[in-house]
Design a protein around this ligand. Structure first.
Ligand code: IPE
Ligand code: IPE
Ligand code: MG
Length: 251
């Protein structure tokens, strides 16, 4: 057995596969810089990691994979980088969607996708539509996503309903707020992986990650492949999730 076969076996033996994994795919620029390449070369290589990680998540039975692909704040990067990323997004979605569909992956998008170029938005939405009835992995891309913006939008929707007399303020509870987020149909993430070594959330799924297990690795995203993913899941499986209780209560 190869090393990754052993890691896979150990994961299956432990049994508690995370239902929802979220990833901050960071470090593309530094990966490129280390090789004296332009930053976009790192983004391009990062796509190979996306392909690989998506395939493995499907194979090991993870239900939802949310990838932080482009943040609301990333629009503030140099214009050249932003437009290169947008082009890459469009060409990638065009090239990959048929394969995702063939592999029974259901594509979804969270974020303010009206910010995207018309081409990119349309490409994404066509992919979502094509794959909507698939029953395998839900690949959820966070695009022009910011968690504070998401919570603000949910609040506005709820306030509109109250003002229209459709909703009693007392009826607003945690569940209702969760339902009004972009992730309304998904369970909260069990595991957050951040590549690139920074110990921060960067405006990602703030509400949803109240009890998510966090795994940070110094590995840059373009180098994050099968072994690294399986190790992160193995580490997650060894954690004790107490949700505010004491150890004896959850045994
Ligand atoms: C993550 O890699 C990709 C995006 C934010 C789009 P970065 O581009 O942030 O890479 P570093 O963090 O500068 O190395
Ligand atoms: C987070 O990475 C966003 C994505 C991976 C899409 P950033 O590189 O934007 O995060 P900061 O700026 O280091 O916090
Ligand atoms: Mg970064």
């Amino acid at each position: 057995m190869t090393n990754t076969d052993q890691l896979r076996k150990a994961i299956f033996d432990r049994g508690n596969i995370p239902v929802h994994v979220a990833i901050v795919m960071d470090g593309n620029g530094r990966w490129a810089k280390k090789r004296f390449l332009p930053r976009i070369a790192g983004h391009r290589e990062g796509i190979n990691s996306v392909r690989k990680v998506t395939r493995i998540c499907g194979e090991i039975g993870i239900k939802h994979l949310t990838l932080y692909t482009f943040s609301k704040e990333n629009w503030n990067r140099p214009r050249k980088e932003v437009s290169a990323i947008m082009q890459l997004l469009l060409s990638t979605i065009r090239a990959e969607v048929a394969n995702l569909h063939k592999n029974n992956v259901r594509l979804s998008v969270i974020g303010q996708i009206n910010d995207l170029t018309a081409d990119a938005r349309q490409g994404m939405l066509e992919g979502v539509e094509l794959t909507r009835n698939n029953t395998g992995l839900n690949l959820n891309l966070a695009l022009s996503y910011g968690s504070r913006q998401e919570i603000t939008a949910a609040l506005r929707t709820l306030i509109d309903k109250v003002l229209a007399g459709e909703l009693e303020p007392d009826a607003i509870d945690e569940k209702m707020i969760s339902k009004h987020l972009y992730t309304g149909q998904m369970p909260d993430p069990d595991l957050l992986i951040r590549t690139g070594g920074d110990f921060r959330i960067s405006n990602f799924l703030l509400w949803q990650m109240a009890y998510t297990e966090v795994f940070v690795t110094p590995v840059f995203w373009p180098d994050f492949r099968e072994r690294e993913l399986l190790e992160a899941i193995g580490e997650y499986q060894k954690r004790e999730r107490r949700f505010g209780m004491v150890s004896e209560q959850i045994k």
